[in-house]
Design a protein around this ligand. Sequence first.
Ligand code: SAH
Length: 339
Amino acid sequence: MDKRNILDCDLESLIEVVCSYGEKKFRAGQIFGWLAKGTESFDKMGNVPKALREKLEENWYIGLPEVVVAQKSAEDGTQKVLFQFRDGARVESVFMKYHYGNSICISSQVGCRMGCAFCASTKKGLDRSLTGGEMLAQVLAMEKFTGEKIGHVVVMGIGEPFDNYENLSAFIRLINNPKGFGLGMRNITVSTCGLVPYITRFGKDFSQVNLAVSLHAPNGEIRQRTMPVARRYGYEELMDACRRYTEDTGRRITFEYAMIRGVNDSMENGLELAGHLEGWLTHVNLIPLNPVEGTGMNASYRDSILRFKEILEKKGITVTIRRTLGSDIDGACGQLRLR
Ligand code: SAH
């Protein structure tokens, strides 16, 4: 039988595993703790009996990915890493330093099938989804690689997390477990292109986790030009789901809005967007588009971005302009893998 990735095991299944080997339950907790520290081999689990370590070695592997390439920004310490899993699948993760602590942006799939016109990650379609353990493994491997502790995780790398909902859920439970990595729910953010049914479900399943929605347009017509998902779920339907999410959870949604020159960045576009968002708990994050070769799309001019921000703010909406972290290292996610 092929070995399986032990990082996919939650504590309950590890208990079953050790019991099936005739060992005491508490051994599972020890192993779970070692794994959350990024331990890369079973023989390093000092307090675990040798016989059990050997049994684990026979049946399981610890699925930490290898570093294929890494880029470090000289400007701000941002580090982007191309990781490779055992089967050769490659994804990107980005380590960022913020005033509130260190953060990692992880991938949820190998490629993506959402087809957004401006995005590098979707150019070659979807190879496969990542497991919960493989999402966790990016965090553990990044801590090792950088030698830094990570306190925030955003699922905003390659892939659409809600197109891989079960594994995403498994990941959140795994990393949140206080006996393991113990990351607080509020320190996790998930970003979706707008798979409406899952927005509602996510609000029920994980009401403490932050949600970001990639909106990128002030209406359905413009949204459809760049995001195929907008044909599946209409603009009003998406807005309704977001409003209900906010009412149900009491949590603010962050709307990501990539500023694309001449597509969605006029004053009229700003006013229309403000009309939708006025009066409810939201946050808009304006992202100057990171131009991807072959898309024919460019970033908005600085002036248009500032004007757009002002229009929203006049209507009482909180707006930030994304700090372009690591702009000297091929910013947009998915570009390293594509190359
Ligand atoms: N599939 C999820 C998460 C991954 S994409 C989602 O769509 O939210 C992470 C964010 O980067 C999304 O807001 C996405 O629209 C945005 N993005 C993708 N390509 C970009 C580019 N070239 N420039 C700026 N933002 C981009």
